[in-house]
Each structure stands twice: as structure tokens, then as C-alpha cells.
Ligand binder design. Sequence first.
Ligand code: ATP
Ligand code: MG
Length: 299
Amino acid sequence: MSGPHDPPQGQPAAQPEASTEAVNRRAEVLPPNTTQASLLAAAAGVPKIRMRGVKKAFAGKVVLDGVDLEVPAQSSMVILGGSGSGKSVTIKSILGLVEPDEGVIEIDGVDVLRLPRRDREALGDRIGMLFQNGALFDSLPVWENVCFKLLAQKRIGRAQARDRAAEVLAQVGLAASVGDLSPSELSGGMQKRVALARAIAARPDIIFFDEPTTGLDPIMGAVIDGLIVDCVKKLGATAVSITHDMASARRIGDQAAMIYKGRIVWEGAAATLGHSGNAMVDQFANGEREGPIQMELRR
Ligand SMILES: Nc1ncnc2c1ncn2[C@@H]1O[C@H](COP(=O)(O)OP(=O)(O)OP(=O)(O)O)[C@@H](O)[C@H]1O
Ligand SMILES: [Mg+2]
């Protein structure tokens, strides 16, 4: 898979020319988890995330069949596709929760699949994830859920974590008192917002949102969309979101990509969804039964 111009393993792909002043200026508006290396990579135009030929099969069933995707730094990408098309598996592959069978995944130009485990874990500290099913820990109160990573890594003390949790809960429209409840005492929409708060609490450099607004009322959905946009525009994070909600996709995405039969079949501006000129994308975005996409209803 590698070519003569590929960088050595674990090294950034390019030697960027960026002035220290420019980097420092950007550092003020970027989240603390952004490393100097990632700032330099962004300044050199290296994509934040790059997937090439990523393949994954489960028990002989091909799910990813050569995914190629690039997400520029500090941008927001939306991934579309039918249920079971491999959207969550794509994100989990970048996160390191699913090990691809083939292909290359680079973050800031670094080949993550070939990094030593410790370096890969360190990279994970810079990534936030909102899981499709929330995945909150019922045995912990909400505030500990929200600051779970920061506490587990002893990056902050418990008193500080309570304050940080209250701050992030406010961002997702929840009162500080919710912090003392157990996730099982919350409505589905509240759990979603707590999961979102947990995804952003450590101010990650890259954030994955898997169905961030599913199950929320339309107004709360719009609030959450605004928050995702803020993470990118104000904090300088890079966001990759999976959504079936086209209004939301247009609001949060700079770019959109569609996955079908294990490959990315279209990429374009999220604003064009529904009138992109690509029959598959427009069928999907407009929810039309007839069109080139034949849904597999039996699996
Ligand atoms: N850990 C796993 N073991 C076995 N099969 C898996 C695993 N994870 C995913 N799959 C299979 O891979 C396929 C794609 O799953 P994925 O979760 O990526 O779908 P999706 O595009 O996110 O769908 P949805 O929109 O319904 O969430 C499915 O057929 C699923 O059963
Ligand atoms: Mg999914």
C-alpha cells in the first residue's frame, strides 16, 4: 500500500513551513489538546484525517471495501449512508476501536495503525466521541461521566471536575444539578446531551458525533447543531458527524460524504445535499423510495 514518497512510519507526512508567530496566534484559539505537531501539520495543509483503501470484514461479511476519505483540519465533515452501511465502523476505525484489515489511516499525517500502542493511546486523548447509543456509565453520577477521561487520567481533581462538568452541562442546556443524577434517571434526550457534554469536556482536537441529534426535539437539535459548529469555528476542532437528519447535516457540515456498499461514492459541499446532482445522494437526502439505491431489507 505504501509508495516511495510515503513518510517513515510514525512521522508527519510533510515538513511544514510555518512561522512560530502564526502557530502561536492560532494556539490561542485552539483547544488545549491541540499539539504543536498538529498545528504545524495543519499549517502545512496536511489533512487532519486521511483514510486510504480502508477495508474491514466481520466474519467474512465485507463492511468497508476500500474507504478513501480526507477531512481537512478545523472543518466539519458529515457522513451519510443507509443503516448498516458502515458509518459507525468507519469512525470506530479512526478511533482505534475497530482494527481495519487493510489500508492506511493518518491523523496529522501520522500513520496511526502502525503506531506503538502507547502513542496510539496518547492520540486517543485528543479525540472526543459521542457514541450512537450514548454509552454512559450507569454506576457513575452524570458529572463523573462528563469528566470521566479527565478524572481517569488524573488531569484534574474531583472538585475541579465538578466545576468543569457544570460548565459543559450548561453548554448543552442542562442545569448543574443534573450532574448529581444517575444516567438512568434521565430522559433519552438528556442522556444524549450528557454524552455530548462528555465528548467535548476534555476540549478534544478531533470530535466524532455519531447521530448527535437523534431523539432530541427539533429546537434542542438545533441547539446541539450550534454547539457542534462552535466546536469547529470557535475551538478550532475538527468534527466528523454521522447523521440521518438532512437539515442538521446542512447546518453542521462544511463537506459531506456518502458511503454506499463499503466505499465513499460521493463527496461535496454539505449545502448541496438534496440538489447535489448525484442521483444517489439526492435520493438519500430527499428520502425517495425510487432511485439508484436499493435498500437491503433482509440481512
Ligand atoms: N463489532 C462488530 N462485529 C460484527 N459485525 C459488526 C460489528 N460492528 C459492526 N458490524 C456490522 O457492520 C455493518 C455496519 O455497521 P455500522 O454500525 O457501521 O452501520 P451504520 O452505517 O453505522 O448503521 P446505522 O445507521 O444503523 O447506525 C453492520 O452489518 C453491522 O452488523
Ligand atoms: Mg451507526
